[in-house]
Design a protein around this ligand. Structure first.
Ligand code: B12
Ligand code: SF4
Length: 535
């Protein structure tokens, strides 16, 4: 079968495509796990953010796919709907499969007949997609594939969930990077790739989707497999690698073992980035940080979440951010930051402001922490992603103000607090964060001077979008600039020049009015509806 896998072009404020364009780890893994007889092409649409429609038109015409798979986060839902509609118009018989966090946790959002999705893959997709493609290929029963919902006439049939992979016995094969058909992945000018070393987490932070997605568990790939994977990414040109594990510091002993293996394999000249818990870094202290630096770690994303205890309790992120000592619990953020800094690493500070009981002072306290300690701020607002305990809390308190999921990008405040409205919350973050980002420029200039010389002005222009000469001279109030910035950000969200089939005018629907879903099924001799009822 010919399979086209797409990740969405939408990017968040903190990862502007000018500086950061990473491959989607899921698609490489799916491509590596279908049977070799099939032809797979991966297109990460963030690489062509300004030419999404022509790229899709070109790919569909070149590849003529039997199956098109889309990987979607919640804030990308509307873009994905437009992409599906466009693909349907170009190739009405292609089967449309959606997966990733949004289809997994909000499957009902994908079942509308107007949209024309054929299969929703829920949870881990590697083995599910392999079995699904086999079923498509030999007209096997879709009812036998665990982990999917599939269209049967106008209804969706819900199969059993699939148990998470244990990652021990080669059940999840290595990714297939050769399937990528677009190029230009970059992190501040360095070619970048992503590698997984483990999956899952046993914590239960209330804002995180991971527990609803796969339960509380943690599975590790073997160190040999991880090194081979890093070697593959490096051989294909990567000079920076993001270890995308949900929580790599959950098993610190193994993380240390991994650092040593990277050094032994001579792969420590690559720049590594990983996400870490403050408690783990603070507890293991200098020996761990020294080892990480020797292994090539440059940026560590610390999930600090908040520096105030009450907020950490709400976020259920207290245990991963505190240390016990002398009968007391203390916040481990400062210790962790200082430890990483002592060993020459840079801290990306993940903070969440605008929690239900936040006042101006609580937000200000977090912003001044960021000013003092972090190198690159990654400050977000609590966002009600489907299925998280935090979403339920916000619903109960009636604090969700904005239901437009395309704005659920983490830096748009969509909930209010007891004391502040979303605009005020977002304004405080926006005003402080731009300047915090500028302070990181010298570190980037030292490491990647050519990139900064070529793109420095554009990076500044992006960070300060909405500003004018008048505002820079202090002749315009900051609120006016903020409103202009928000208007620009809203325009940026229109990534695909094609209608949303659910919001209204749908060319696909218009073209095929009067035809049943089965009329539009792929011309492979198989009949999905038939098959499903037969088995
Ligand atoms: C790494 C990561 C990032 C990296 C992205 C690097 C990259 N390009 O891959 C960075 C730091 C840039 C990032 C940014 C953001 N992220 Co992020 N990120 C993650 C993280 C930690 C791991 C994702 C990953 O790569 N896993 C490994 C792959 C193999 O697993 P996977 O993606 O789950 O894919 C499997 C299945 O989902 C499924 N699948 C996925 N796609 C498809 C498609 C098809 C067709 C099929 C069949 C199956 C399938 O099969 C895959 C293989 O088993 C997750 C989870 C977590 N613990 O926090 C959050 C997470 C995905 N991110 C999230 C969010 C919200 C964001 C941001 C919007 C805001 C933010 N938190 O920073 C931005 C937006 C990014 C952008 N596009 O601009 C949310 C998504 C929630 C939701 N409901 O949408 C998550 C779940 C974190 C959370 N808050 O709970 N992120
Ligand atoms: S520690 Fe990280 S991965 Fe684990 S639940 Fe909390 S935010 Fe999610």
């Amino acid at each position: 079968m010919r399979i086209l896998l797409l990740s969405m072009p939408d990017s968040s404020e903190h990862t502007p495509s000018l500086a950061i364009r990473m491959p989607n780890g899921a698609l490489g893994s799916l491509a590596g796990n279908v049977d070799p007889a099939h032809q797979v092409a991966i297109a990460d649409l963030v690489l062509v953010q300004h030419a999404v429609r022509p790229t899709i038109e070109h790919l569909v015409s070149e590849i003529d796919p039997d199956v098109v798979g889309l990987s979607v986060m919640t804030f990308q839902r509307v873009t994905a709907r437009r992409v599906i509609c466009l693909v349907r118009a170009l190739k009405p018989t292609a089967r449309i499969v959606v997966g990733g966090y949004d289809p997994s946790l909000a499957p009902e959002a994908w079942t509308s007949p107007e949209l024309g999705v054929d299969v929703i893959v829920r949870g881990e997709g590697d083995r599910t997609f392999r079995e699904l493609i086999r079923a498509f290929d030999d007209c096997g029963p879709l009812a036998a594939v665990d982990g999917i919902w599939f269209r049967e006439g106008a209804e969706f049939r819900r199969n059993r969930p699939r148990a998470v992979a244990r990652l021990t016995d080669d059940d999840v094969r290595p990714p297939n990077r050769a399937a990528r058909v677009l190029g230009g992945y970059t992190m501040l000018g360095r070619p970048i790739d992503v590698v997984e070393t483990s999956r899952g987490c046993t914590f239960d932070c209330s804002f995180c989707s991971i527990i609803e997605m796969r339960g509380r568990n943690f599975h590790r790939f073997s160190i040999e497999r991880v090194i081979a994977d890093i070697r593959d990414a490096h051989a294909r040109g990567a000079r920076a690698i993001f270890l995308v594990d949900d929580n790599i510091t959950l098993d610190v002993g193994r993380f240390e073992e991994l650092c040593r293996a990277i050094i032994r394999a001579g792969l420590h000249h690559v720049d590594y980035l990983a996400q870490a818990m403050t408690a783990a870094i603070a507890a293991r202290g200098d020996p761990l940080a020294r080892l990480m630096r020797r292994a090539g770690f440059r940026y560590v994303f610390l999930g600090i979440e908040n520096v105030l205890d009450d907020d950490l309790v709400f976020l259920k992120a207290r245990s991963k951010n505190t240390r016990r000592g002398a009968g007391q619990r203390t916040n481990s953020a400062v210790d962790a930051v200082k430890t990483l800094h002592r060993h020459g690493m840079l801290v990306v500070g993940g903070l969440i402001v605008g929690n239900p009981d936040d006042r101006r002072e609580s937000i200000a306290a977090n912003l001044s922490f960021a000013r003092r300690y972090v190198d690159w701020p990654y400050i977000q607002h609590p966002t009600p992603y489907p299925g998280t305990p935090m979403t339920r809390d916000f619903e109960q308190r009636g604090f969700i103000v904005n239901r437009r999921v395309e704005e659920y990008d983490g830096t748009t405040a969509v909930t209010r607090s007891e004391h502040l409205d979303p605009i005020e919350i977002e304004f405080m973050r926006w005003r402080a964060e731009r300047w915090l980002k500028v302070r990181h420029m010298p570190a980037v200039l030292r490491h990647d001077p050519a990139f900064v010389l070529r793109n420095g002005l554009r990076m500044l222009a992006h960070t300060f979008r909405g500003s004018t000469w008048r505002s820079m001279l202090g002749r315009e109030p900051a609120h006016v600039v903020f409103e202009r910035y928000r208007a620009i950000r809203a325009r940026e969200r229109a990534y695909v020049d094609w209608p949303d089939p659910i919001a209204g005018t749908a060319p696909f629907h218009d073209q095929h009015r009067g035809q049943s879903a089965n009329d539009l099924l792929p011309n492979t001799g198989c009949d999905l509806t038939h098959r499903a009822t037969e088995h």
